[in-house]
Design a protein around this ligand. Structure first.
Ligand code: GDP
Ligand code: IMO
Ligand code: MG
Length: 430
């Protein structure tokens, strides 16, 4: 049996959607295990662009069963709109299955996300304002409402009213916001959303285990990325779930022994949307402008310009360890064409305990040390263009091939896929 996990190694938007779509050609089941519609996974097939938020990227292959696991938080209106958009483009979504244990996002989560960001002012996280953090907070506080509650209207009403009791006090007394009427929300969710989504609710863990036991090919699609992980990321500038590979087990109901192939996806450079530390960040200038323009580095969902930096091998090596990566896919190599000399961060200079400078090849353990770390770079020669007919790394210009060799050497695991453009077939195999 093959259980493959695909995760982001940086701060998201590495091109996971494209890599998952590519690998899902032979998959039977593709499972989203965390996050919500803060994700935006773009896939381009025959020039046609699909931007998926909640439905796993494997949906574009007719033979795949797309699964939304218990670890995901679902805004039902968004999920229904996504189903409708895909159906209108000829992609069958009847096969979509959703875990009864996935938590539901409500308008009060979205409002709280926005109000909290406004209060933080300059210290804001730069969230997607989709209600993701507040929905996970309710889950941990055990006042969340789950997809299974849509099956039982009385219980649903009680739970929403209970969740709002405390929140309405908070809205009115702390945020000067009028709060929410539970009846109006329940009406919308039970009358408009439940009839559409209840048919998709199924025993997800059983479906996945039956597939694994029948030697089927099961893939787990990470959203966000390693350094947005609530435990292992650049806290507090993180999301509220565990995008790292171990999250695949918790977020779907599968034990760790099943995962045999764990693919990390990283861009050939770095980007980040929202606030937070970013050791190799480049100031705005000709190089970052070039990478933003050529790489179209604007958020899929929020359209924000992504911050740009050089490839950070210190962080990437840490991602290899945290996720037990068996291989790496490097995307957007084409975007580095024409930039001139390139830099790869191989070490950090950090303030040691006895206050002198130390060189480290490992990611420091505290956020304070990471903020203070100075990246140490290796300069590498650039290249002008990549040949359009390249099929393997051997077809690349020497400098591009050397760049990949240096990354591979830094990471200590093989680079098996290299992205050379947004299209499904713009990829090199090792
Ligand atoms: P995800 O969130 O990790 O799935 O990534 P996004 O879809 O948010 O962002 C990645 C962007 O890069 C999308 O616009 C993709 O179409 C695009 N992309 C993916 N791989 C490549 C590549 O190898 N080269 C280029 N030029 N674009 C790519
Ligand atoms: P994909 O799956 C990039 C970032 C937000 C913000 C932080 C917290 O497309 O890679 P949240 O709304 O989750 O509470 O925001 O995380 N963020 C992402 N950045 N790609 C994503 O998803 C992201 N999902 C969340 O910008 O900094
Ligand atoms: Mg994205």
């Amino acid at each position: 049996m093959v259980a493959t996990v695909v995760i982001g190694m940086q701060w998201g938007d590495e091109g996971k959607g494209k890599i998952i779509d590519l690998l899902a050609e032979t998959a039977d089941v593709v499972v989203r295990y965390q996050g919500g519609h803060n994700a935006g996974h773009t896939i381009v097939v025959d020039g046609e662009k699909f931007a998926l938020q909640l439905i796993p990227s494997g949906v574009l292959h007719a033979s795949v069963t797309p699964v939304i696991g218990n670890g995901v938080v679902i805004d039902p209106g968004v999920l229904i709109a996504e189903i409708d958009q895909l159906q209108a483009r000829g992609i069958d979504c009847d096969r979509l299955v959703v875990s009864p244990a996935a938590h539901i996002i409500f308008p009060y989560h979205v409002a709280l996300d926005e109000l909290r960001e406004n209060v933080r002012g300059d210290n804001r996280i730069g969230t997607t304002k989709r209600g993701i953090g507040p929905a996970y907070a309710d889950k941990a506080s055990r006042v969340g409402v789950r997809m299974e509650d849509l099956l039982n209207p009385d219980e649903f009403r009680q739970k929403v009213a209970a969740a709002l009791e405390e929140k309405n006090t908070l809205f009115r007394s702390h945020y000067n916001h009028e709060g929410f009427e539970p009846e109006a929300i329940c009406e919308e969710y039970l009358c408009n959303y439940a009839p559409r989504l209840v048919p998709h609710i199924a025993n997800v863990a059983e479906i996945i285990h039956d597939a694994l036991e029948s030697d089927k090919d099961v893939m787990f699609e990470g959203a966000q990325a390693t350094f947005l992980d609530i435990d292992h990321g650049t806290y507090p500038f993180v999301t509220s779930s565990n995008p790292t590979a171990s999250g695949a087990g918790v977020g779907s109901g599968v034990g760790p022994l099943h995962f045999s192939r764990i693919v990390g996806v990283a861009k050939a450079y770095s980007t980040r949307v929202g606030s937070g530390h970013f050791p190799t960040e480049l100031p705005e200038g000709p190089i970052s402008d070039h990478l933003v323009d050529v790489g179209n580095e604007y958020g899929t969902n929020t359209k924000r310009r992504r911050r740009i930096g050089w490839f950070d091998a210190v962080m990437a090596r840490h991602a290899v360890r945290l996720n037990s990566l068996t291989e790496v896919a490097i995307t957007k190599l084409d975007v580095l064409s024409g930039v001139g000399d390139l830099q790869v961060c191989t070490h950090y200079e950090v303030r040691g305990r006895e206050s002198y400078s130390t060189i480290t090849t490992s990611l420091p353990a505290t956020q304070t040390e990471i903020v203070a770390a100075k990246p140490v770079y290796e300069k590498l020669p650039g290249w002008e263009t990549l040949p359009t007919n390249a099929r393997t790394r051997r077809d690349l210009p020497t400098e591009a091939s050397y760049y990949l060799e240096v990354l591979e050497d830094q990471l200590g695991v093989p680079i098996t896929l290299v992205g050379t453009g947004p299209q499904r077939d713009q990829v090199l195999f090792s």
